[in-house]
Each structure stands twice: as structure tokens, then as C-alpha cells.
Design a protein around this ligand. Structure first.
Ligand code: PLP
Length: 224
């Protein structure tokens, strides 16, 4: 199937409240435009340089999400245009995003990344670390960063029960943080979970945002 058909199929499958982030990392502009032409506007990238280049070359009404691990010294390259940074997992990174947001005269939307998988290699916070960050005076005084929700990646496994358990854990974390820190504030509303292999389970477990790459664009031939 082609990229346009894949997008349309996914859109028809996803409930209205679920945002589809088309993960275009490693893929050429023509592939992104094929998705754009059938109405897709939200794209995800995990390399700063690649994201900045694509932003310059492609239509300006695309919403760009950064989904990778972001180094503090690279925030400045995307701060003026990025719509959502998914993988924030330290106070230090939030501070930098706040500072660069102020320079760009805008508020930058972020998600806190949680470690929910069994694999050791994946980045992310646990609930206590997140509470420490959100409760800190430093965080409370930030003016140019908005924490909009949570993000996580499940273990890469065929075991559906395991994946479900991890997604459910992320949903629980979201609920606890919302209750404790964002009670009345509707801007904390996103749960970014689900990829090509597990987005259906993720949506069943409460995802509001799925990040789908290979299902749309095909296999990636070099690892990003
Ligand atoms: C690459 C990537 C995806 C998309 O993965 P697919 O399996 O190709 O859908 C989603 N989220 C993150 C964080 C990624 O790095």
C-alpha cells in the first residue's frame, strides 16, 4: 500500500480525540508530502538537524514534534518552531527549553517521558522523579514551557498482556500527576503512547497521541 492509503486507513481507525503523529525520521520530503496531500499535518522526527532541515524545506503549516532524546545544547535549533517535545526527562532539559522559549518569545509544549518498559536502555523518569521536578520552585517559576502530558514506550515484545500493563501504568501516572499538579488546568491532557506495532493496544488503554512510522512509510533502512 502507498503512504496516502496508509494514512487514510489509520485516520479512519483512530477515534476523533486521538492525534496521529506521522513519524517521518529518515524518510525523504516526498514521502512527507505524500502524507501531507491527504491532510496529514503532524509529523515526528528524532534528530535535531534532520528536523530543522525538513522544517525549512516543507510547508509551514506542518506541526513538528520532536520525539527523540533531546540534548540541552541542541534545543536552540528547534525552539523557534517546534510544536511539541515528547521526550523530556530532566529538570535541566526543562530549564533549557524554558530559556530558549523565552529567547524565541514563545511557550514550548513538552511531555514528560516515563520509563515504563522492562528494557534498561530506554530513557525516562519514574513517578517520584517527576513529582520532584514538578514540585520544584525552579519548575514553578518557568514561564516559557508548558508540560502538556506524558509519553512512554512499551517493551518491544509480542506479549500483549505485558504491553497493556505498561500502557496502563503510564495512564495511571498521568492521572496521578494531573490530580496532584494540574487539577483545574486543561492544558495537561496528552498521553503519547503507541507505535506501529502496538498503537491499537495503546488507544484501548487511553492514548491520546500515537506515534506511527513504519506502518505509514515502510521500513527504515538505516537506524535513526
Ligand atoms: C521511531 C519512533 C516511533 C515510530 O516507530 P514505528 O515502529 O516505526 O512506528 C515512535 N516513537 C519514537 C519515540 C520513535 O523513536
Amino acid at each position: 500500500m502507498g503512504i496516502a492509503e496508509n494514512i487514510l486507513k489509520l485516520k479512519s481507525e483512530l477515534a476523533e480525540g486521538v492525534t496521529l503523529v506521522a513519524v517521518s525520521k529518515t524518510k525523504p520530503n516526498d514521502d512527507i508530502l505524500a502524507a501531507y496531500e491527504v491532510g496529514q499535518r503532524v509529523f515526528g522526527e528524532n534528530k535535531v538537524q534532520e528536523l530543522a532541515t525538513k522544517y525549512e524545506q516543507l510547508p509551514k503549516d506542518i506541526e513538528w514534534h520532536f520525539i527523540g532524546h533531546l540534548q540541552t545544547n541542541k534545543v536552540k535549533y528547534i525552539a523557534s518552531f517546534v510544536d511539541l517535545i515528547h521526550g523530556v526527562d530532566s529538570l535541566k532539559l526543562l530549564k533549557t527549553i524554558d530559556k530558549e522559549g523565552a529567547k524565541a518569545n514563545r511557550t514550548i509544549n513538552c511531555l514528560l517521558q516515563f520509563h515504563i518498559a522492562e528494557e534498561e536502555t530506554k530513557f525516562g523518569l519514574d513517578l517520584n522523579e517527576a513529582k520532584e521536578i514538578l514540585g520544584s520552585d525552579e519548575f514553578v517559576s518557568m514561564k516559557n514551557v508548558q508540560v502538556c502530558g506524558v509519553m512512554g514506550m512499551a517493551t518491544y515484545t509480542d506479549d500483549e498482556a505485558q504491553i497493556r500493563k505498561e500502557f496502563r501504568q503510564l495512564k495511571n501516572i498521568f492521572n496521578q500527576i494531573k490530580a496532584e499538579f494540574f487539577g483545574e488546568n486543561d492544558s495537561f491532557s496528552e498521553i503519547s503512547m503507541g507505535m506501529s506495532g502496538d498503537y491499537q493496544l495503546a488507544v484501548q488503554e487511553g492514548s491520546t497521541m500515537v506515534r506511527v512510522g513504519s506502518f505509514i512509510f515502510g521500513q527504515r533502512y538505516y537506524q535513526a
